[in-house]
Design a protein around this ligand. Structure first.
Ligand code: G6P
Length: 608
């Protein structure tokens, strides 16, 4: 989703801004622009399309003078991707420049009021109302004017603002969408995310909701909306740019697939001590845990798919009802939850607007929210009642892989931890679960060794037009993720079905050559899925089966097979997801797709 950068110092700003934007392009974008102040005037350059186009028109930014500026990558919401709709947006006389991430929900109303007062708009964006409002209400002091207009803006947003007559100041505002300030020496930075500034500084302030920062060369002052100064503590980023670099791999996605053993290991290692699962992050007493009568899981995208897997696991082990909701639907169905419902929120970025709003809705209804989040200090992590961090490291590719695996690892930890407290796990099962969990990283490594074999399978299948993923029980939950992975990066149409459900309609789409990927890892229903394989094969489908090693039945039933090592049934998804990720990656690669930044998608979706 949109990315914001800002710089104020003694260096030429535009090259720094463009380099920063380059590092935010993983968020997804369709146009880019910068605005600097050269001491007398604003210089604005914007281009539709890739950052390379902006690089070319500005000579990597060197043609643009000025030592203060703001830049932006836009992911279109209001108005098509175009040069005019690209940010920064200026006010009518050109004295205010604004970059924005998020949505101004009442922009139509504001636009019509301003238009009635003679203000002319040039773009179709919601953002332009902000620059126009600043000019319209300007009181002689930028900070006061920003504070004045904030209550007029409905929605969730992060803003970077400059005033032409004051080249010594950038103002940053956060209400919803993430924003960090990089602290330098006689220079400071602004960004939507850490990678944009990590080669410049490791010390940052993370703005909280409704905070306003006045950023100058030699000072940063953060205010609340009553203009009280907020004391912020400096956060030092421990990870290095190497973690956000491709490290010799052609794509971040492949690198992140390969990092999964480490991501899972790091996530579980410190939380298993002397054979016991220790979740110090959860501040609930055993009595509170026993008192929950229901679990409610909310998330989006792949994180939602982790939630679906979790439903099978929690219901099996804890014997408590679990509801899983796509976060964007949850809030608007007036869900029946109260203080006896435990809410689990899953999010890699910790900033997904729908997930965040769903969590707030659950909390308003009295539910206790535990968040599983990868990005430290993100909004969901900060606002949840408890947070369990996945230690997957920064994930750059839009299509998640290692964060998905790390989230699953946390689900197993929670299932064992809660199961023990609720007295639902025997000593023997407890030991078995813990030893299988500790063995997962090595077993994932064994699957990664099959990458060449899977690539070979992908080379034969990448031209298929329609793919159906089928599975039963936990395999069905996993098939949702397999299907999403394939379609989001390869643009091949794909759907996931409970294998028994296929014959209630969708089987009519199966014809000669249709690819069906059958997940058959779950022992208890092995015969049944093999029957479903035969059903689609007899209608012409080509079946790729994914199952546990030594399953002769599957080898006979499917046209080709990928085998994974055995583990306990609740942890099968952690192994079976890996060949599907590799398959999706190579199918997309053989098709020549832009794997790390698929069209129309964003890594961090900060609008509802
Ligand atoms: C976007 C990403 C997905 C991700 C989803 C939820 O759609 O492209 O990969 O699963 O957002 O993101 P979150 O950061 O909340 O896990």
């Amino acid at each position: 989703m949109c990315g914001i950068v800002g710089y104020i110092g003694d260096e030429q700003a535009a090259p720094i801004l463009i380099d920063g934007l380059e590092k935010l392009k993983y968020r997804g974008y369709d146009s880019a622009g910068v605005c600097t102040n050269d001491g007398e005037k604003f210089i604005v350059e914007k281009e539709k399309g890739k950052i390379e186009v902006l690089r070319k028109s500005t000579g990597d930014g060197k043609k643009i003078s000025g030592t203060v500026g703001i830049g932006h990558t836009r992911w279109a919401t209001h108005g098509e991707p175009s040069k005019i709709n690209a940010h920064p947006h200026l006010s009518r006389s050109g004295s205010f420049a604004v970059v924005h991430n998020g949505i101004i929900e009442n922009y139509m109303e504001l636009k019509s009021e301003l238009s009635q007062n003679g203000v002319k708009f040039t773009s179709a964006t919601d953002t332009e109302v902000v620059s126009q409002l600043l000019e319209y209400y300007y009181s002689g002091n930028l900070l006061d004017t920003v504070i004045k207009i904030m209550p007029m803006l409905k929605g969730s947003y992060a803003l970077g603002i400059m005033y032409r007559e004051n080249p010594d100041e950038i103002i940053a505002v956060r209400k919803g969408s993430p924003l960090i300030i990089g602290i330098g020496e006689n220079e400071n930075y602004l960004a939507s995310d850490v990678p944009a500034i990590l080669d410049k500084t490791r010390n940052i302030y993370r703005l909280a909701a409704n905070e306003i920062a006045v950023i100058r060369r030699d000072s940063i002052t953060v205010y609340d909306t009553d203009k009280n100064v907020v004391e912020k503590s400096v956060e030092t980023i421990e990870w290095s740019m190497d973690a956000a670099a491709k490290d010799g791999y052609e794509h971040f996605m492949l690198k992140e697939i390969m990092e999964q053993p480490k991501a899972v290991h790091n996530t579980i290692a410190e939380r298993i001590k002397d054979g016991k699962v220790v979740l110090d992050e959860i501040h609930l007493t055993p009595e509170q845990i026993r008192n929950f009568d229901k679990i409610n899981i909310v998330a989006c995208g792949s994180a939602y798919h982790v939630g679906v897997v979790a439903k099978y696991i929690f219901e099996k082990i804890l014997r408590k009802p679990v509801e899983v909701d796509v976060a964007s639907e949850f809030k608007y169905r007036n869900p029946i939850i109260d203080e006896k419902t435990l809410t689990i929120v899953i999010s890699q970025s910790g900033e997904t607007a729908d997930t965040k709003e769903a969590m707030y809705e659950a909390q308003r209804k009295g539910s206790y929210a535990i968040a599983i989040v990868n990005v430290i200090g993100s909004a969901i992590a900060t606002d949840a009642n408890d947070v369990i961090y996945t230690l997957a490291g920064p994930e750059i590719a839009v299509a998640t892989t290692k964060a998905y695996s790390a989230q699953l690892a946390v689900i197993y930890l929670m299932a064992i931890y809660f199961g023990d407290i609720l007295g639902k796990i025997s000593e023997e099962d407890y030991k078995n679960y813990v030893s299988e969990l500790l063995a997962l990283p090595e077993k994932i490594k064994l699957i990664l060794k099959k990458t060449e074999d899977i690539k070979n399978i992908a080379s034969k299948l990448f031209a298929r037009k329609d793919v159906f993923f089928i599975g039963r029980n936990i395999d069905y939950a996993l098939s949702l993720e397999g299907s999403l992975k394939l379609k989001e990066i390869s643009y091949i149409h794909s759907e996931a079905y409970g294998a028994g459900e296929l014959k209630h309609g969708t089987i009519s789409l199966i014809e000669k050559g249709t690819l069906v990927i059958a997940l058959a890892t779950y022992e208890d229903l092995h015969e049944k899925i093999c029957s479903n394989i035969e059903e689609v094969q007899s209608r012409g489908a080509y079946v790729l089966g994914i199952g546990c090693e030594n399953r002769q039945h599957l080898s006979h039933a499917a046209d080709s097979t990928i085998f994974i090592p055995k583990t306990c049934d609740i942890m099968l998804p952690s192994l079976a997801v890996v060949p599907m990720q590799i398959l999706a990656y190579y199918m997309a690669r053989f098709k020549g797709c832009e794997i790390d930044t698929p069209r129309n998608l964003a890594k961090s979706v900060t609008v509802e």
